[in-house]
Design a protein around this ligand. Structure first.
Ligand code: FE2
Ligand code: FE2
Length: 264
């Protein structure tokens, strides 16, 4: 059985040392085979924040896969944003903005949904292009049978309420149809700093909250998720910060049926 830990929106620059120590402890206990980090690793894409993030990543005793978020692009230095949007990411975090990785029985596909510009005022919005969808579909189709197929992007492909929906990733309808047809099992993301789990088109969608930053949504503590199982059955756990440690908040189990994932 594989264990994947999913953390998100670390926002170095607004990180909290106690939560970092608590996260390290919880991860040491869970001993994940892979750690997935779904974007917004910095608060304002500053060198100092990327350096803190780099130091954090360099001390992780597990393999990890990370994709960028909208905060990892500078919102204020426009020349940097337009001319060299990913220079700091490549210097401090990774050359690969859309990494993929395989474990026995699991394949994970990263998508970069952050954009330096859009025809709208809110540049925090994200998008998946049809080219990116085609690349994800090709990777899904190339995965071995009986592989758990996971897609990770910072921006959400589904949200529970109408007032949150402007945060949805642009192009989500087409992407969800294509991912379903290509056999995706699990779609992971972050961005809204709220954890949730839902089944959409037979696929599981799970989002992690902000794991260590103080950019909290009212009433929602820091959190991260643990995913355990394989391509036939999965258990998804959300752990939330309680006083001085991460504690199990909710757990749901799912089985894969002929028409997709169902709660068990
Ligand atoms: Fe964020
Ligand atoms: Fe974000």
């Amino acid at each position: 059985m594989t264990t994947i830990a999913h953390i998100s929106d670390l926002h170095f620059g607004r990180e909290q040392a106690t939560q970092i120590a608590g996260l390290r402890k919880a991860l040491a206990q869970a001993a994940p085979n892979l750690l997935i980090i779904s974007g917004d690793i910095t608060q304002r894409a500053r060198h100092r924040e990327f350096q803190l993030a780099e130091r954090f990543l360099s001390t992780l005793p597990f393999p990890y896969l990370i994709v960028p978020g909208n905060h990892d692009l500078s919102a204020h230095r426009l020349i940097e944003r337009f001319m060299f949007p990913w220079r700091k990411w490549r210097r401090y975090i990774s050359h690969d903005l859309e990494p993929q990785t395989s474990l026995p029985g699991v394949h994970v596909i990263g998508v970069n949904s952050a954009r330096r510009f859009g025809w709208y005022w809110d540049w925090s919005r994200g998008r998946i292009s049809s080219q990116q969808v085609s690349e994800v579909v090709a990777a899904l189709q190339a995965a071995e049978p009986n592989t758990l197929k996971v897609v990770v992007a910072h921006h959400p492909f589904w949200l529970p309420t109408a007032n949150l929906r402007r945060q949805l990733i642009g192009g989500y309808r087409h992407a969800l149809e294509q991912f379903q047809a290509a056999g995706a099992d699990l779609i992971l993301g972050g961005h809204i700093h709220l954890p949730f789990i839902n089944i959409v088109n037979g696929m599981l969608i799970s989002h992690a909250g902000t794991t260590i930053s103080d950019r909290l949504v009212k009433g929602q503590p820091n959190s991260f998720n643990l995913i355990q199982g394989d391509s036939h059955q999965l258990t998804l756990q959300t752990l939330e910060w309680e006083e001085d440690h991460f504690a199990l908040r909710q757990q749901q189990s799912f089985r894969k049926q002929s028409d997709g994932w169902q709660q068990h």
